[in-house]
Design a protein around this ligand. Structure first.
Ligand SMILES: [Ca+2]
Ligand SMILES: [Ca+2]
Length: 491
């Protein structure tokens, strides 16, 4: 190849595309010569060897050497090296190519020669602007198989009847960037959410058609857009929207449809995310509300466990899971706006009710069941009634004392609680104020809302070790007048 380069250079035929042996261009006739390797060091050396005369060779014409040269090409006046006005170097001077008979097959040869893939367009009429200097080629006719543009048929260098307003250009596939795709709010979305898929293109040829396709499906969404990005909006997605998507971009240019390379795919996954429900315990008889981790309940008393959650998915059911018996009970949820709850009543508590309880919220969407993670665990232990452990008169005295103490506490709280903020809610959901901004984490433990009330006789707030406000449990104060009540939890 190095020897071929020197030959092409000497003949001012551009660069060497190929060096062949074995009479690839046919056998010659007449005398043959041997040449020293040093003759091909450079053009000057080859000229000097030629002047001195070569020594006669004995190879035979079947070994005749051949060289394939090609004029150097470049594409100018575009942002990409693989698109632009075609310019050709001949006798040390860059010139243009006339658009007469300028076809896709010509453009294909140019793109291949430059390592720019295949042609997507063969623009004419100085699409990339008028060149300057000589018009080197005219009426170029390529089959598309040629290795270089100068191997196509043409009238010869500098032979033309053109002006620079006829300068030919090419757009090769190597110049086209594939469109990019992005998903909002993200690849995993909730059933019923709105989703935006944006296709973005980097190109000099704006004003094309964006196409959004889903893999393995023939359906497509199309949008003509003058700008570099187009957004496709899916409102209220369902499970059918789950899948892989990709963008395409097409642009008509001088009656040729340029198809940009297919973009990468992104996956959209539609799911149902349910927040962790809250669990709390209500004793209707004693009218005490609390939501502890553990609770000790007197045998024979009654209470109810309340499961609650915030969810945009209404009309679900709550399951009260009972670990000790590995069983569960199910209640339909009562829903107000995005708040849902259900009560599980235990009329007469017995030792068989001891164990750990958790709440799970469940909804059916498109005939598919979805469950939340279980709530925190509520551990219930059952203790003997006071009268069985402390007999007769002593018990009566203790009960009397307890009643007196409670009476004192209540009267004190009545006075103290007047006009204070109270964090509970009646069961019918009036005046709820859900904190919509703060439910993004899906974990709704009752912190997100509270209710302001001037109802008297209810517990006031207390601070836990972290300084957070909590509601006091059974050991604290008692609530008499509001019934039914549901504990909403700490503020
Ligand atoms: Ca023309
Ligand atoms: Ca012509």
């Amino acid at each position: 190849m190095k020897k071929a380069e020197v030959v092409c250079e000497l003949l001012e035929c551009g660069y060497a595309v190929n060096a062949t042996g074995a009479a690839a261009f046919g056998q010659g006739s007449g005398s043959e010569v041997d040449t020293k390797d040093s003759c091909f060091d450079n053009v000057t050396a080859l000229q000097q060897c030629s002047i001195k005369g070569f020594t006669a060779g004995t190879c035979g014409h079947e070994h005749d050497a051949g060289v394939l040269c090609a004029a150097q090409l470049r594409l100018v006046s575009s942002l990409s090296q693989c698109a632009g006005r075609v310019e050709i170097l001949h006798k040390g001077q860059w010139g243009t190519v006339c658009d007469d008979e300028w076809e896709m097959s010509n453009a294909d040869v140019v793109c291949k020669q430059l390592g720019c893939g295949i042609a997507v367009s063969a623009p004419t009429s100085a699409h990339f602007g008028k060149g300057t200097g000589p018009i080197w080629l005219d009426n170029v006719v390529c089959s598309g198989q040629e290795a270089a543009l100068t191997h196509c048929k043409h009238h010869g260098f500098g032979e033309h009847n053109c002006g620079h307003h006829e300068d030919a250009g090419v757009i090769c596939s190597g110049s086209l960037e594939k469109p990019r795709i992005s998903l909002s709010p993200g690849p995993e979305v909730n059933w019923g959410d709105n989703v935006e898929i944006t296709c973005t293109i980097v190109t000099e040829h704006l004003g094309g058609t964006f196409v959004l396709r889903k893999t393995q499906e023939s359906t497509k969404l199309e949008m003509f857009f003058e700008h570099e990005a187009a957004t496709f909006i899916f409102s209220k997605v369902d499970f059918n929207h789950t899948g892989s998507y990709f963008c395409e971009y097409h642009k008509k240019l001088q009656d040729q449809d340029i198809s940009y390379p297919q973009g990468n795919t992104v996956d959209l996954f539609v799911t149902v995310k349910l927040g962790k429900p809250s669990i709390s315990l209500t004793s209707p008889q004693a009218m005490v509300i609390y939501s502890p981790d553990k609770i000790s309940v007197t045998q024979g008393s009654s209470f109810s466990i309340t499961c609650s959650t915030y969810s945009t998915y209404a009309e679900g059911v709550f399951h009260l899971m009972w670990s000790d018996k590995r069983s569960s009970e199910t209640q339909p949820a009562f829903t107000y706006f995005i708040f849902s709850q259900a009560n599980f009543d235990f009329a007469t508590i017995g030792y068989e009710h001891q164990g750990e309880y958790t709440c799970v919220y469940s909804v059916n969407i498109s005939s598919l069941p979805f469950c939340s993670a279980p709530s925190k665990t509520l551990q219930v232990t059952v203790q003997a009634p006071l009268s069985l452990t402390v007999g007769g008169v002593v018990g009566g005295v203790v009960v009397l004392l307890v009643v007196l103490v409670i009476g004192y506490l209540v009267s004190r709280n009545r006075w103290r609680a007047a006009g204070t903020t109270v964090q509970f809610q009646n069961r019918f959901g009036a005046a709820m104020r859900p904190n919509v901004e703060d439910r993004s984490d899906g974990v709704l433990d009752g912190r997100e809302w509270n209710m302001h009330s001037n109802v008297n006789n209810c517990r006031t707030e207390a601070k836990n070790q972290d300084g957070k406000t909590i509601l006091e449990d059974m050991d604290g104060r008692v609530c008499y007048e509001l019934e039914p009540l549901v504990c909403i939890g700490p503020k």
